[in-house]
Design a protein around this ligand. Structure first.
Ligand SMILES: Nc1ncnc2c1ncn2[C@@H]1O[C@H](COP(=O)(O)OP(=O)(O)OP(=O)(O)O)[C@@H](O)[C@H]1O
Ligand SMILES: [Mg+2]
Length: 214
């Protein structure tokens, strides 16, 4: 399973989610590869900040040929997570074409909802070549008990062909704190709400991938 965590908008949580999903799948015993497809190299920096033994390898592949180069490397892994680059369409396209399932993080903000259209249209373009390509939104940085937190799901319903996962990630300081030490939340605070919400997201993705493939 190749999961691309992608959004053409910057700062929505792609790297945070990619790293934490990779760690959660690895902790569950799967062979995981994390591909840093962003020239900023944030996932590589995370891995360099780490003193602990690696849970999974992180490789840099911020290239428009990603979809051609990755399959050969991916076959040695059960789960491959791509941390996508913002803004650059040719990198976005390559990462989408390399994926079985594209996860689009969006924050509960009108700017994120408006910007989601760019990523959705890149996915729809790719689906012409790859009709089995799946995609889903995940709401990230939700703040509990806020109207915008509740309304974001309704606002995303305008993208009829892109489901919104029930698994939602909340605004939690542990995401940034753990990253600074090159750790995932499942390592820094295994019994935290953050670790639980990432685990729920990882299960939702596995079942989305299996459901539609059947
Ligand atoms: N659920 C969350 N709770 C708190 N902080 C978060 C959460 N998700 C992401 N962040 C913080 O938001 C900032 C942006 O996150 P991140 O770098 O993962 O986004 P990105 O989409 O990868 O950005 P870019 O487009 O620049 O690659 C970081 O400081 C990160 O720690
Ligand atoms: Mg990033």
């Amino acid at each position: 399973m190749i999961i691309g965590v992608l959004n053409q908008k910057g700062g929505v949580g792609k790297t945070t989610i990619a790293i934490n999903l990779a760690a959660t799948y690895a902790k569950s015993g799967l062979r995981v590869l994390l591909v840093d497809a962003d020239p900023q190299g944030s996932a590589l920096q995370w891995s360099a900040a780490r003193d602990a033994e690696p849970l999974f390898p992180v490789i840099g592949m911020a290239k428009p040929s990603l979809h051609r180069d990755l399959p050969d490397i991916a076959k040695d892994y059960q789960v491959v997570i791509i941390d996508g680059a913002p803004r650059v369409n040719e990198l976005g396209r390559a990462a989408i074409l390399a994926s079985d399932l594209v996860l689009i993080p969006v924050q509960p903000s009108p700017y994120d909802i408006w910007a989601a259209a760019d990523t959705v249209s890149l996915i729809q373009e790719a689906q012409q070549f790859k009709p089995d390509l799946k995609c889903a939104f995940v709401i990230n940085r939700k703040i509990a008990n806020t109207a915008i937190g509740r309304d974001v799901g309704d606002a995303l319903a305008q993208f009829e062909h892109v489901p919104v996962l029930n698994a939602t990630l909340h605004q939690r300081v542990i995401y940034a704190e753990s990253a600074g030490q090159g750790l995932a939340v499942i390592e820094a605070e295994p019994n935290s709400e953050a670790a639980r919400e990432i685990a729920a997201l990882s299960k939702a993705l596995t079942s989305t991938n299996e459901k539609k493939a059947a």
